[in-house]
Design a protein around this ligand. Structure first.
Ligand SMILES: Nc1ncnc2c1ncn2[C@@H]1O[C@H](COP(=O)(O)OP(=O)(O)O)[C@@H](O)[C@H]1O
Ligand SMILES: [Mg+2]
Length: 566
């Protein structure tokens, strides 16, 4: 992105040169016209030379315009890429806490909107308004030498224009705010319908969705019509014409009294537009600035949120992870109520423990803390004796493998999906991991094998296949600590059995936390922790728990009767 600065540096001299060429034309026109007037009095006029120079100025003008155009666009493109990159980087850094509140698509939409708006604002201000203001200033100074009276007249009349502009912007700001809010709403509505397309279609609600969108548009257009009306009046009966008329009248007066040449009068007709151009730009930009600023503000929120989950400057990477995990009086809150209270749990390296308990008890939250998606609110979480907050974050996440109920896939090939966490893995290593995850068989049977695209969010794979791909991905990552959060809960028991083999391969020899709905799947673990209402009420092997924990015994009994525990 170093080219960016190159063009920015180039912009200043090009813009300056452009202003000189611009002023050159009217100055020359003034001279040429006065020369031609002399012809009326009988003096010889070198037409060819006069016209030749004029042509030269035109050609120069074209070349400089082209250069200006190129430089402007180059700056804009670089700016857009950089701004997007900056927003995207921030979005990726943001704590999970913020991500769960916003939908991914919305976040990208915001980023895109804000980057576009930011670039648009910078372009208007620095690439359009600023150079044209400089040009206008140069024009004013030079024109003062030609006729101070006319220059004073222009300066005196300009405030009138500014006044009218302010009135216009004030009077339409409210309407524009309404329109902006409506457009955001229409986007949100459309986005909702698209993400819930199955529900929309099965309810036969396409027509309803369409007409509610139409309703939003109808309101927006009605508001815009009002803005439009005010704008047209301003454009049509604006003060430019008035100023120009005064200029002509006063200029003619000076001309007849011999204080101004005809060439100079022409000069003012030429320069007038350049002098008022920044004001005219301002007036056409104003209504849009509200909208653009609004878009930038929407994304600003991303920068106001502090990023708290990050590596400390002296973060450590353990040379050899054994996988001893200790929750030491851990408490946690998502914001309001306490989700976890005084959790104490010691897990030995390579030990398999299960977390069981009713839905909403806090099991997944424990998994979140282990991945350090959130930090504990109280107590400590120790990995081989080191506080998780002292570990290098990226490194630690490499040491943890997480398989969830729904493992979203990237719209890419199976190969890339399996090696997403270990991008340097070879095809052979991927295949080996897939074999161990019992995924090789079905992958090899696909027409394109490992190169088969999985479709948006893995839609082309069955639930069991997706889980096996996720397990293969985790096996390949070779983590020290494995977390399975309801990894097989969405599968029927036959499919579950196919996946179980892969899970056994994955957890073998690794510290593993298995959160499962069906208790039959967790019998073989070393110890079981019963999670109730955000705290651990019992922690022991199955047999002991059957005697110790009534909650656990009840859950086992219920499932034996075939009722799914909730
Ligand atoms: N991102 C979140 N923000 C606020 N509350 C949450 C969030 N995630 C989970 N919770 C709440 O925390 C509690 C524990 O949830 P969870 O750990 O997912 O339970 P479990 O996995 O045992 O079913 C629930 O009351 C749930 O509503
Ligand atoms: Mg859960």
């Amino acid at each position: 992105m170093r080219g960016h600065l190159f063009f920015v540096r180039l912009f200043v001299p090009v813009a300056f040169f452009m202003a000189l060429v611009w002023i050159g034309e009217p100055l020359y026109a003034r001279y040429a016209i006065d020369q031609m007037l002399l012809a009326l009095e009988g003096a010889p006029v070198p037409f060819v030379r006069l016209f030749g120079i004029w042509l030269g100025i035109f050609l120069l003008f074209n070349v400089v315009s082209a250069a200006m155009f190129y430089v402007k666009w180059a700056i804009q493109h670089d700016l857009l890429a950089q701004t997007r990159q900056m927003y995207y980087e921030r979005a990726l850094q943001l704590d999970i806490r913020h991500h769960v509140k916003t939908r991914g698509g919305e976040m990208m939409k915001k980023i895109d909107n804000a980057a576009d708006a930011m670039v648009d604002l910078m372009r208007q201000i620095f690439l359009e308004l600023l150079p044209s203001s400089i040009t206008a200033a140069i024009f004013l100074i030079i024109s003062a030498f030609i006729s101070w009276q006319l220059t004073v007249l222009i300066i005196a009349l300009l405030p009138l224009f500014v006044l009218l502009l302010t009135v216009y912007v004030r009077s339409t700001r409210g309407n524009m705010d309404i329109v902006n809010a409506l457009w955001v709403k229409s986007l949100g509505r459309g986005y909702d319908a698209m993400t819930n397309i199955f529900t929309v279609k099965s309810a036969g609600a396409e027509g309803r969705e369409l007409s509610s969108m139409e309703e939003i548009h109808r309101k927006g257009i009605a508001e815009l019509r009002k803005v439009n009306r005010a704008w047209s009046i301003f454009e049509g009966f604006g003060t430019f014409m008035l100023i120009r008329l005064c200029l002509i009248a006063y200029g003619m007066y000076l001309l007849v009294h011999g204080e101004l040449s005809l060439g100079s009068l022409f000069f003012y007709q030429f320069t007038f537009f350049r002098i008022v151009m920044p004001l005219e730009m301002l007036s056409s930009m104003m209504p849009r600035w509200n909208e653009l600023m609004g878009r930038v503000r929407l994304a600003e929120e991303m920068f106001l949120q502090p990023v708290t989950i990050r590596s400390k400057s002296d973060a450590v990477r353990l040379p050899d992870v054994r996988g001893r995990v200790v929750f030491d009086h851990v408490s946690f809150t998502y914001g309001d109520a306490d989700t976890l209270r005084d959790i104490t749990l010691e897990v030995e390296p390579g030990e398999h423990i299960a977390l069981v308990g009713h839905s909403g008890a806090g099991k997944s939250t424990i998994a979140m803390l282990l991945n350090r998606f959130y930090d504990v609110s109280g107590g400590r979480l120790l990995i081989d004796g080191t506080d998780i907050r002292d570990l290098d974050l990226t490194w630690w996440r490499q040491q943890v493998g997480l398989v969830m109920q729904e493992n979203v896939m990237f719209n890419d090939s199976l190969l890339e999906n399996i090696r997403y966490a270990s991008p340097r893995a070879s095809r052979e290593e991927v295949e080996q991991a897939a074999r161990r995850a019992s995924a090789h068989h079905f992958i090899a049977a696909l027409p394109q094998g490992y190169d088969t695209p999985v479709g948006e969010r893995g839609i082309r794979l069955s639930g069991g296949e997706r889980q096996r791909v996720a397990i293969a991905r985790t096996i390949l990552k070779s983590p020290a600590v494995v977390i399975l959060d309801e990894a097989t809960s969405a599968l029927d028991s036959v499919t579950e059995r196919a996946v179980q083999q892969g899970i056994r391969e994955l957890i073998a020899g690794r510290t593993s936390f298995i959160i499962a709905h069906r208790l039959s799947t967790v019998r073989s673990v070393h110890r079981i922790a019963v999670v109730e209402n955000g705290t651990i009420t019992a922690y022991a092997p199955h047999e002991t728990l059957m005697n110790q924990s009534t909650v656990y015994r009840d859950m086992v009994e219920l499932q034996r009767e075939g009722v799914l525990a909730e």
